[in-house]
Write a protein that binds this ligand. Sequence first.
Ligand SMILES: Nc1ncnc2c1ncn2[C@@H]1O[C@H](COP(=O)(O)OP(=O)(O)OP(=O)(O)O)[C@@H](O)[C@H]1O
Ligand SMILES: [Mg+2]
Length: 249
Amino acid sequence: MIRIRDLGVKYGNETALENIDLDIPKNKTCAIIGPSGCGKTTLLYTMAGLIVPSSGKVLINGEELKSTRKETGVILQNGGLLPWKTAWDNVALGLKARGMDKAEINGKVSAILEELGILEHRDKYPNQISGGQRQRVSIARTLVLEPDLLLMDEASSSLDAINREHIQNLILKLYMKNPATMVMVTHSIEEAVFLGQTIVIMERAAIKHIIENPYFGDEDIRTKPEYYNICLEVRKWLSKELSKEEEDK
Ligand SMILES: Nc1ncnc2c1ncn2[C@@H]1O[C@H](COP(=O)(O)OP(=O)(O)OP(=O)(O)O)[C@@H](O)[C@H]1O
Ligand SMILES: [Mg+2]
């Protein structure tokens, strides 16, 4: 599905990504983790076609990505909801923009709001619902468009631990029901191991290590020791990065 070859991105003189090679097969999930400023968001935006690479390329289904594609769904860190529109209208917006007729929009929007447990909040504005509910509205807004590629930047980071696990469970449930290719950027080791079939550990502007996670898809994995073994492995790779930075000082 996604094939990244020798990708480089620069912001002016600053190199944000260099020599990135990464393959993400169709309908697999990939979690990207790494220290602040290492280039995670830049990599995600490049996959979305929102940033044009300085070198190398991103291929989606064998075709070089030149701009955004309508089959790609992006969920940003702050959710990006329009504050002056209700939950319902925020979710319906993309379908309206695609010229879908009203009856079909009504059916799809109520189905996804129901699925995400927020139908009762349909007429509220983003500032009248909780952070977790807002996050669910922004997930609904993206999923209602039925993307074949879902890109998420820190989708649960603004939530407390319990709510974060709820959102993670929900994302896993939705994925199991309707698989799509999913790439998520996260700061959380536990989230990366819970939601990533492949876990990509980044260091400054580069990929440091890739771990294949055989336990992906097990809803109860958090209660099992294997889960913590993989978490420890990810932590080990991340702390290697820290100790290298210390050495450089
Ligand atoms: N628009 C921009 N202009 C200039 N430099 C930028 C821009 N966006 C990001 N950068 C720089 O590129 C590097 C990578 O940024 P990026 O946002 O991809 O990091 P990140 O891994 O997502 O960090 P965080 O975990 O803090 O979100 C950083 O050094 C950042 O300062
Ligand atoms: Mg970021």
